[in-house]
Write a protein that binds this ligand. Structure first.
Ligand SMILES: Nc1ncnc2c1ncn2[C@@H]1O[C@H](COP(=O)(O)OP(=O)(O)OP(=O)(O)O)[C@@H](O)[C@H]1O
Ligand SMILES: [Mg+2]
Length: 496
């Protein structure tokens, strides 16, 4: 069946100072279909969508919308024309309610000109119900988790009843149930004849809900293909321009002595947890969202108070009351929420990287700037961070490249224990492998690594041993050779 072309974007160029973000980028959107937009971190996906919706001005190219040339000069215009976008970054106002956020700037009014709260809440509640969300539209957005806020962004995009809906990595922070609800809605939107642009690094999702794929590489259009004519390997090859052998390069090395020992630890959301971590070991921590994995890590490195139990490092009991104490003892935590408490978006790549590692560069309170610059440049090279210079504000880097800087920042303090919480969320397939290879490099040097991840193939592929958490407790432990996806899942939901 031939589907109507809603949107035809061709030959787009866009440069920023020092960066050519797009060069001959193209994208078509068809009515009743979901078009996946794929490409490595920094390939230009978000930029192309920002050019389309009038946030950025294009340098060259053309956009035809519903058969006519369109040049939106601001997001309001594209919105009114029927194009909605759910951005990669959340844009909600925390101290407003869900309903206020959804209808911000276009509140319903009564015939007397007052805000019609009853109608706003009814309409907002309808949208929430459509997405299967159990909360009231009167709730404040600041009380919601990141995943829930993302769902509100989705509800907001739906409220415009647009012809084209763009979703930029919408499932990054969603639980499996939320993702399922979203996919149902996407199916409905397709049936209603709307066109979807779906951006994600999760290849499985593309095969699940998209009809076609457009691939960008270095800002250039590489190809458009029907999903049914593609397999995973071919798609990856289109994105990275080469075949990727072995996605999970696990290093089989004997582990060393016990480095970290956690005994009967309890704290907020954590109940009587004990485990050991060895030198040169990668310990995977699996479990469903909300199982207490992040809380456990936070209690260990001091960001959340512990109520009982002991933590020993190299056989010595240590007292950690703040995350600063954790850092001083060589325990570093890289947050899953890199924008919330990982990085300072207004500061440069260099400043972000060396923020916590400053003592390595300072002598008598003076920062040795030359040394700092050298180490920072080394890390940029080692991590293959896509940036015009170390002085670029980090907020201008693509999402995946921000993540690489967050990990580099942790490693620069030369820790003994590195805790990585969802380290490859939002990271493309090629960069994921680079991150794994770096983790391996540090593992070889004896670093002890805890890998918290919801990505089961990643945990299974990279870990030497795996713990599973459920309701704040350890519900399973598996050696690398014994672990399977089924066993991890059974332990995560308590069916053993
Ligand atoms: N406002 C800006 N100023 C300067 N450079 C920018 C700006 N916005 C994007 N860039 C650069 O343009 C390139 C494309 O970035 P973009 O965010 O579009 O990538 P992406 O494909 O969305 O990547 P990701 O998958 O990591 O989100 C990157 O090199 C990025 O650093
Ligand atoms: Mg992006």
């Amino acid at each position: 069946m031939q589907h109507e072309t809603l949107l035809k974007i061709s030959g787009i160029d866009k440069s920023f100072p020092g960066v050519k973000a797009l060069s001959n980028a193209c994208l078509n959107v068809y009515a009743g279909c979901a078009m996946a937009l794929m490409g490595e971190n920094g390939a230009g996906k978000s930029t192309l969508m920002k050019v389309l919706t009038g946030i950025y001005r294009k340098d060259a190219g053309s956009i035809a919308y519903l058969g006519r040339e369109a040049n939106f000069v601001n997001p309001k215009q594209s919105q009114e024309a029927g194009i909605s976008i759910i951005h990669q970054e959340l844009n909600l106002v925390g101290n407003l309610s869900i309903a206020e956020n959804i209808f911000l700037g276009r509140e319903f009014t009564t015939k007397f000109g007052a805000i019609d709260w009853a109608k706003m809440h009814t309409e907002a509640d309808k949208l929430l119900a459509k997405l299967n969300l159990p909360y009231s539209s009167k709730q404040l957005c600041s009380e919601l988790s990141i995943g829930e806020q993302q769902m509100v962004e989705i509800a907001k995009a739906l409220s415009f009843e647009s012809k084209v809906i763009i979703m930029d990595e919408p499932t990054d922070a969603l639980t499996d149930t939320e993702t399922e609800a979203l996919f149902k809605v996407i199916d409905e939107l397709k049936k209603e004849g709307r066109g979807i642009v779906y951006i994600s690094h999760r290849i499985k999702e593309i095969f699940e809900i998209c009809d076609d794929v457009t691939v960008l590489r270095d800002g250039q259009f590489i190809g458009e293909t029907a999903v049914k004519d593609l397999d995973e390997d071919h798609l990856i090859e289109m994105m990275v321009g080469r075949k990727l052998e072995e996605q999970y390069p696990h290093l089989d090395l004997p582990v060393g002595d016990v480095r970290l020992s956690v005994e009967n630890l309890s704290g907020s959301g954590v109940n009587n947890v004990s485990f050991e971590l060895h030198k040169g070991e990668i310990l995977g921590v699996s479990g469903l969202m909300g199982a207490g994995r992040t809380e456990l890590m936070k209690v260990i490195y001091g960001a959340l108070p512990k109520t009982a139990g002991k933590v020993r490092l190299n056989n010595q009991e240590i007292s950690i009351k703040t995350s600063q104490d954790g850092l001083l003892h060589g325990i570093v935590y890289i947050s899953e929420d890199r924008k919330g408490d990982g990085l300072i978006l207004g500061m440069s790549v260099k400043q972000n990287m060396s923020l916590t590692a400053l003592e390595h560069f300072s002598k008598l309170g003076h920062i040795n700037q030359k040394a700092e610059q050298m180490v920072v440049n080394d890390f940029i090279e080692l991590f293959n961070v896509k940036t015009p210079s170390a002085d670029q504000p980090i907020g201008l880097l693509s999402g995946g490249n921000q993540q690489k800087v967050a990990i580099a920042k942790g490693l620069m303090t030369r820790p003994d224990v590195l805790i990585l919480d969802e380290p490859t969320r939002g990271v493309d397939v090629g960069a994921k492998k680079e991150i794994y290879q770096l983790i391996n490099k540090f593992k070889q040097e004896g670093l002890s690594i805890i890998l918290v991840s919801s990505d089961m193939p990643e945990v299974l592929g990279m870990s030497d041993r795996i713990l599973v958490m459920r309701n704040g407790e350890i519900s399973g432990e598996f050696s690398r050779s014994k672990a399977t996806q089924e066993k991890l899942l059974a332990a995560a939901i308590g069916k053993q």
